[in-house]
Design a binder for this molecule. Structure first.
Ligand code: BES
Ligand code: MN
Ligand code: ZN
Length: 500
């Protein structure tokens, strides 16, 4: 989508549709909406007086100026109650109105920057939210359809119209960031939505390579023989069940810049999780194509980091493999040697995510990071504990503070779980150094605790369990059902604020 920013009066724009807004309960519109209402001879006030438009958040009305000014239509969107107004509301209304525009066949939109008027949101933040909401709201996964049931084209251009020339630079900067971050999120959504026969380890690695070339990231794909010679026995144990050979995507922004702080991102990349020999029930097993959503999040995030040219050395590591049953697959009770040297007893082959993560966490030491953040669709227990509104986060308290702040700003939210020593008791075993699974109690925490044993000594680390966030079951204003791209906005925002 093409995004432009111009200085001008909204009612003077020649366009297929103008987008204006109204807070709930307002009967005398002011600002841009007031100016358009005046030009329409009071049509908006009439709409409100008739009770046909109340300004509820995401309510949309369509008006036709019929020659009173050059625009063909006016899309009026409700912002909801002024007290409850937020950046999240801006993302939502931008998405809602963009989808309405598409339904109408509108391909060109001129919009006010919601929130910059009486909403009192900084112009840059508001512009980012408008663009993000628009792009994320319009997202559709159609690449495998040969028969498109919805023939409406996506809007091609979004023009942000601002009256005050002093705000233009801020709006342009916000719009640019919003586009970069939203498109990175859509890349992650595509990777999640792609079925496991298409998004195989090698194909995901190819996608990462192509993206890296486009945005100027260094990209290396670690192949299975290298994993073998390094001794990544935990990661490789998941790959024994077959499918393509395991791969690890290694992306680097500002590679070699030793003057910059280094942050390593690790994303779980199980391209399909059948459970292996500890096979999952058939019902909903298809959803396990999303078990690489952590990998998608770190690949998308570092792509945005490169385009935003953040002053950090960022590394993204995505270990990729399927988890399948086979004669050669790992079995419950097997013991393997991890890269760190600790032996691990495999209790359930369905706890494969932590196996690929531990060797990757150990490998991260290589980059001498000042922080490591991993993100993974790791445990069903996370979904039970928190449902879809928030992912679980555990580990270093300082990093948790950063992630919570970025999560609250982006609505890719997280909520903390403890890693008290006692949780480690469950990981004892008679036959190896450590068992990789505890009891059913506190399942997300024991998984996190297990990971913590493999984090390089002295490096602050945080683990995000996003099991419930990978796929949305229902449409939300800017998150259509399917792959959500969760984590991209969270990680990028955390990194944008890193040196604050
Ligand atoms: N990928 C799953 C976790 C998951 C479950 C993600 C539901 C999304 C939705 C993970 O590999 C898994 O199977 N975890 C097991 C661990 C158990 C065997 C200790 C689980 O949570 O049941
Ligand atoms: Mn599993
Ligand atoms: Zn899994």
């Amino acid at each position: 989508m093409q995004i432009q920013t111009i200085v001008g009066k909204i009612q003077e724009q020649e366009t297929q549709a103008l987008v204006l807004n109204l807070f709930e309960g307002v009967t005398e519109p002011a600002g841009a909406t007031g100016a358009v209402d005046a030009a329409l001879g009071g049509a908006i006030r009439a709409l409100i007086a008739a009770g046909d438009f109340r300004g509820k958040r995401n309510e949309v009305a369509v008006l036709y100026p019929v020659g009173k000014f050059p625009a063909r239509r006016v899309l009026l969107v409700g912002l909801g109650k002024a007290e409850k107004f937020s950046v999240e509301a801006v993302r939502q209304v931008a998405a809602t109105v963009a989808r309405k525009a598409r339904d109408l066949g509108v391909t060109q939109l001129h919009t006010v920057v919601h929130g910059t008027g009486i909403g009192d949101i900084e112009a840059e933040v508001a512009a980012q939210a408008v663009v993000e909401g628009t792009i994320l709201g319009l997202y559709r996964y159609q690449e495998l359809k040969t028969q498109l049931d919805d023939v409406r084209l996506d809007p091609e251009t979004l023009v942000l119209v601002e009256l005050d020339p002093a705000k233009i630079d801020a709006i342009k900067a916000g719009a640019r960031a919003g586009q970069i971050i939203a498109e990175a999120t859509c890349l992650a959504r595509n990777l999640v939505n792609r079925p496991a026969n298409i998004a195989t380890p090698s194909r995901i690695a190819e996608t990462a390579q192509v993206m890296a070339d486009v945005v100027g990231l260094q990209c290396r794909i670690m192949e299975k023989p290298e994993m073998e010679s390094l001794g990544m026995g935990a990661l490789l144990s998941v790959n024994l069940g077959g499918g393509e050979p395991a791969k690890m995507v290694i992306l680097e922004h500002n590679a070699g810049r030793e003057d910059l702080p280094t942050v390593v991102l690790v994303g779980k990349g199980i391209t399909f999780d059948s459970g292996g020999i500890s096979i999952k029930p058939a019902q909903d097993m298809w959803k396990m194509k999303d078990d690489m959503a952590g990998a998608a999040a770190v690949i998308g995030a570092i792509g945005a980091v490169a385009q935003l040219d953040l002053p950090l050395h960022v590394v993204a590591l995505a270990p990729l493999t399927e988890n399948m049953p086979d004669a050669w697959a790992s079995k419950p009770g097997d013991v393997v040697k991890s890269l760190k040297g600790l032996t691990v007893e495999i209790h359930s082959t369905d706890a494969e995510g932590r196996m690929v993560l531990i060797d990757t966490l150990t490998y991260a030491a290589q980059f001498k990071p000042e922080a490591i953040m991993d993100i993974a669709t790791l445990t069903g227990a996370q979904a039970v504990a928190l449902g879809s509104p928030a992912a679980a986060v555990m580990g270093d308290e300082g990093l948790i503070v950063r992630l919570r702040a970025a999560g609250n700003a982006t609505y890719d939210r997280v909520w903390p779980l403890p890693l008290f020593e006692e949780y480690g008791e469950q990981l004892k075993t008679d036959v190896a150094d450590v068992r990789h699974v505890g009891s059913r109690m506190g399942g997300s925490i024991t998984a996190g605790f297990f990971l913590s044993k493999f984090v390089p000594d002295g490096v602050p680390w945080v683990h995000i369990d996003m099991a419930a966030q990978g796929i949305a079951d229902e449409d939300r204003p800017y998150i259509p059902r399917g792959g959500t791209g969760y984590g991209v906005r969270l990680l990028v925002e955390t990194l944008r604020r890193w040196n604050d």
